[in-house]
Write a protein that binds this ligand. Structure first.
Ligand code: PEP
Length: 249
């Protein structure tokens, strides 16, 4: 792990029912968690209130998306103000499922990120290449372009965590090797040094996501520039998510 406090997020995606979420929350409430780790979970919007009202304060709550600005006549959207009203401290933006399944582009994502930060909500800013982009040797180009879009939109990097999530590793069971992840994390940090500042590069946490589980997290966590994880599938299992959190080195 790097120098910042380890950060582990659980992205529950579009999963769960009132009952299954109540069980997950109770497993999380009774888990022993290393104190030196920031822990965040992102339930589906509909269950944020339930989670906020039942989950220990030790774990913060994130949304999985938000609208680009103040709420109003935007049917089906959820505003940052509403997220704050429910006690959300974070929002995940730029997730590959939103980029590649829903079709969000860099500019739209950047707008959301800037607005969330302006309202005091932290951003988990996701970047990552597709398999064909990796195979074509374009991993760094793609990640840097997505990073630049965030950099161009954001007033500051305080309250931002970068999640490197190679798309070929998300939900596939094909985790990046610790070396593959470290290589990109180091390149991202280097990009921040050259294009933002040395201070932002050293302070900003860069977390890895893509098929992280209770068996592979400790090897990944040993790498110098891996400052935590964004976890999908394995975050739906309380004890396994706790194992991942406790893999901080
Ligand atoms: C994610 O959705 O951010 C993710 C990393 O999913 P999984 O852990 O299931 O690959």
């Amino acid at each position: 792990a790097g120098s910042g406090k380890f950060f582990v997020g659980g992205n529950w995606k579009c999963n769960g029912t009132k009952d299954s979420i109540s069980k997950l929350v109770s497993d999380l409430n009774s888990a022993q968690l290393e104190s030196d780790v920031d822990v965040v979970v992102a339930p589906p919007f509909l269950y944020i209130d339930q989670v906020k009202n039942s989950l220990t304060d030790r774990i913060e709550v994130s949304a999985q998306n938000c609208w680009t600005g103040k709420g109003g006549a935007f049917t089906g959207e959820i505003s940052v103000e509403q997220l704050k009203d429910l006690g959300c401290k974070w929002v995940i933006l730029g997730h590959s499922e939103r980029r590649h399944v829903i079709g969000e582009n860099d500019e739209f994502i950047g707008k959301k990120a800037a607005y969330a930060l302006s309202q005091g909500v932290g951003v988990i800013a996701c970047i990552g290449e597709l398999l064909q982009e990796r195979e074509a040797g374009k991993t760094f180009d793609v990640c840097f372009q997505q990073l630049k879009a965030f950099a161009d939109a954001l007033p500051s990097w305080d309250n931002v965590v970068i999640a490197y999530e190679p798309v070929w590793a998300i939900g596939t069971g094909k985790v990046a090797s610790p070396e593959q992840a470290q290589e990109v994390h180091a390149a991202v940090r280097d990009w921040l040094t050259k294009n933002v500042s040395a201070e932002v590069a050293s302070k900003t946490r860069i977390i890895y996501g893509g098929s992280v589980n209770g068996s592979n997290s400790s090897d990944l966590a040993k790498k110098e520039d891996i400052d935590g994880f964004l976890v999908g599938g394995a975050s739906l299992k309380g004890p396994e998510f706790a194992t991942i959190i406790n893999s901080v080195t």
